[in-house]
Ligand binder design. Sequence first.
Ligand SMILES: Cc1cc2nc3c(=O)[nH]c(=O)nc-3n(C[C@H](O)[C@H](O)[C@H](O)COP(=O)(O)OP(=O)(O)OC[C@H]3O[C@@H](n4cnc5c(N)ncnc54)[C@H](O)[C@@H]3O)c2cc1C
Ligand code: FES
Length: 281
Amino acid sequence: MTADAVVVATNSPISNLATMHFKQAPYITFVIGAKVPRGSVPKALYWDTLDPYHYVRLQNIDEQYDVLIVGGEDHKTGQADDADARYARLQTWTRERFPMAQEVLFRWSGQVMNSDNGIAYIGKNPFDEENVYIVTGDTGIGMTHGAIAGILLTDLILGRNNSWAELYEPSRVRIGGVGDFISENLNVAAQYLEWVTPGDVDSVEEVACGTGAVVRRGLTKVAAYRDENGTLHEHSAICTHLNCIVAWNSSEKTWDCPCHGSRFDTQGKVINGPAINGLLM
Ligand SMILES: Cc1cc2nc3c(=O)[nH]c(=O)nc-3n(C[C@H](O)[C@H](O)[C@H](O)COP(=O)(O)OP(=O)(O)OC[C@H]3O[C@@H](n4cnc5c(N)ncnc54)[C@H](O)[C@@H]3O)c2cc1C
Ligand code: FES
């Protein structure tokens, strides 16, 4: 297959190992959907400025009810495993501010890529071939950034001027963002200490059905998952991107990398880049 230009829209870029991955940070975000009487909450996009922050959207479900979608309570990917507590805090936050909220119909979580200033990276992929373009660092507003990327990347590929290009330029350096950049990358560097720590449990015998744990085996670590039938599935716990140690996510039953957000299923298969290869057996 040949093409004049390539757009890498894999959320976290997969066309090179280490460029944008140092300029954005992966976060797991949590969402609940609570039933509210239709029209009881004015239709708008709401968010607060707490850390971690909260956001609110509305979705109509029938003539009588809307679903109040409340999200937030984010944590860095692979650096916490307490989803129930986060969902509970979301419920409390919701009930305090939206007393009309009734039962919670849905709850789910997923990963977002946060850029240095909340604005996505859309344009040429730095240190890549001239004709490789990316869209990443959506920072939880991928619906908006996706639409912008469609317009902006079309213009860039066709050589047309677009006044947004500078704002979204992936290679930009933000004055004032250096502190955040350093602290996020120090956090990543600290994750490599996992190479010398003990495992989550001493032996695979302690891994209960339907759960996973990282187990030390000599100089390395093993990601051990025991399925509902009691069969043990072992993979190397070393992320195939840049060798951080993955962590068990008990809520989504995935192996999540705390460094740049690669995620793997219980069989070691990649479900989220930047890794492109599964966990080794
Ligand atoms: C819980 C949650 C709530 C959110 N709420 C909002 C919201 O209210 N408003 C909003 O605007 N945004 C929201 N977002 C963010 C938004 O969903 C994302 O920013 C957006 O989906 C990113 O779009 P994308 O197309 O870049 O990436 P994705 O939607 O992740 O698509 C990437 C695609 O690339 C494919 N892919 C990945 N790796 C490979 C590979 N190696 N080979 C081939 N294909 C590959 C994947 O299968 C996938 O289809 C939310 C995200 C989450 C997780
Ligand atoms: S995602 Fe980069 S080391 Fe795992």
